[in-house]
Design a protein around this ligand. Structure first.
Ligand code: AMP
Length: 496
């Protein structure tokens, strides 16, 4: 067993208790047991140590999703290293920034990316393909057996770069204690046990797939149906033998377009969760009507792990993100004061879930993470009398038009309810008179004229869009988040 403070002591509990219990069922491939998972992790730890990894060194990883990639994560942490996953979509130019910023001792990439990444000139570069082969695999010793390097609760286990929608992407430093405490809280709050089979279809370079899904499954000893990517066919095939699915809203909208999604298909399921981006009430309602299950929506971010969740047993309220998780303090702030009367303000959170700061950015850290432990999330929200938190958008998405605050979510909700509308994004673009003008970008079978006419009756004049565009789809990142910055850039010159 590993030493108690160590994240892996928590995550490996079931590898010790029930080594034969399946961790990953892999369609078309062999099942990987808990014992085999951690044997592989220990072999990774040995190989990384032999390559010169010292405690506190970064291991930067840009690879396709595989069980071997999970073993690399666990092996890095066992060896006292800091796991640093990178989005597989990043180009060599983007990786240049991350690798130069993070100065990893070891870099692991897909064989297809070897030349470009070697040219960046950071760290010792090894390869790991989606099928588990590569120079890293070749370097693994035959036998497991590794004494985890001693780590304190606050020592770093991972650095995850934020999606960086404004300015430079920042490396969020996450400690052993941050990750272990959040996994334990989620296990308990969402009732994960060894009897669960979680459909794991999220990418593992992001907090949702790597920590929320993987760590929670591991700490509970649950099995997963481990899918290399989101694939509706594979999810539908897995559902009768599974008990839980963790998704982003687009998982649900995509699955809803398949007529095979029925109460019978979901009969064995006990939990569907959603997060990483707001889920429309309409999607919640359709999922309930189609499957008989209420999606449990939760809220978190790279810097804080999970902060709030709708209840498992109490009322799951659509359009809200529920209550602060046990041990997490949350307050809504405006003008330096805590708001208590349902007004809109910025969410701040404090607790064992909150990160240790931004990698090599002490000033940014000081701006957002206060000395008394409160972290300013930048998300705007309200909290109702019963304590349910509702996110109304990112602070930076707030539009100030003619001196009035306009909350995009309020207008999006009204537009989304109009006939023919599938979804919408409301943004502010520079305007010579108003400072910013409200612009609506809409997906659906409708016209700008029809929408403009309908909104005239429903919205105060300063909130009415000055321009409406119908588009085939909204720009989204891999986690399903609408890229408002891309839209703002696209429409920036509209009123110039
Ligand atoms: P990331 O760090 O990539 O996980 O992004 C975190 C951001 O996603 C948060 O700051 C929120 O703006 C947004 N987010 C996450 N979950 C939700 C949710 N359930 N509803 C609305 N926004 C969410």
């Amino acid at each position: 067993m590993y030493e108690a403070n160590h994240l892996c002591a928590q995550l490996a509990r079931h590898a010790v208790l029930t080594p034969d219990h399946p961790f990953a069922q892999r369609p078309g491939l062999s099942t990987v047991s808990y014992g085999a998972l951690f044997d592989g992790a220990e072999r990774m730890a040995k190989a990384l140590t032999a390559l010169g990894l010292e405690p506190g060194d970064r291991v930067a990883v840009q690879v396709d999703k595989s069980v071997e990639a999970i073993q690399l994560y666990l092996g890095t942490v066992l060896a006292g290293g800091i796991f640093l996953p990178l989005n597989t979509a990043y180009t060599d130019a983007e990786l240049g920034y991350f690798l130069t910023d993070a100065t990893p001792r070891i870099v692991v990439c897909d064989p297809g990316r070897l030349a470009g990444i070697t040219a960046i000139g950071q760290g010792h570069v090894l390869t790991l393909a989606g099928d588990g082969t590569g120079t890293l695999t070749d370097a693994l010793p035959e036998t497991p057996g590794f004494e985890a390097i001693e780590r304190a609760e606050w020592d770093l286990a991972a650095i995850l770069y934020t999606s960086g929608t404004t300015g430079r992407s920042k490396g969020a430093m996450l400690s052993h204690g941050n990750l272990a405490s959040n996994a334990e809280v989620l296990r308990e709050y969402w009732r994960f046990t060894r009897d669960d089979v979680l459909i794991h279809a999220l990418p593992i370079f992001h907090t949702h797939g790597l920590f929320v899904a993987t760590n929670t499954a591991l700490i509970a000893g649950s099995s997963t149906v481990f899918l290399p990517k989101f694939d509706p066919e594979a999810i539908i095939a897995a559902m009768p033998g599974a008990t839980a699915l963790m998704g982003v809203p687009t998982f649900y909208t995509r699955l809803l377009s398949d007529p095979r999604v029925t109460p019978e298909l979901a009969a064995n399921m006990r939990l569907f969760t959603s997060g990483s981006a707001p889920m429309l009430v309409d999607t919640h309602e359709k999922w309930l009507a189609r499957t008989g299950h209420r999606v449990l929506e939760r809220y978190g971010m790279t810097e804080t792990n999970m902060s709030t969740s709708n209840p498992y047993e109490g009322e799951r309220r659509m359009g809200t993100v529920g209550f602060p998780l046990p041990g997490v303090e949350l307050r809504i702030m405006g003008d330096g004061k805590e708001l208590t009367d349902g007004e809109i303000g910025v969410i701040e959170v404090r607790g064992p879930n909150v990160f240790q700061g931004y990698w090599q950015m002490p000033e940014k850290t000081a701006e957002e993470l206060k000395e008394d432990g409160w972290f300013i999330t930048g998300d705007l929200a309200t909290r109702d009398a019963e304590g349910y938190v509702t996110i109304v958008g990112r602070g930076k998405d707030l539009i100030i038009s003619g001196g009035f605050n306009v909350y995009p979510k309020e207008i999006e909700a009204i537009i989304d309810d109009l006939p023919g509308v599938t979804e919408s994004a409301v943004i502010g673009v520079p305007h010579p008179d108003f400072g910013e003008a409200v612009v609506a970008v809409v997906v659906g079978e409708t016209t700008p004229e029809a929408l403009t006419a309908a909104l005239t009756e429903k919205l105060a004049r300063f909130k009415q869009p000055k321009a409406v565009y119908i588009v085939p789809e909204l720009p989204r990142n891999t986690m399903g988040k609408v890229q408002k910055k891309a839209l703002r850039d696209e429409y920036a010159g509209l009123f110039a």
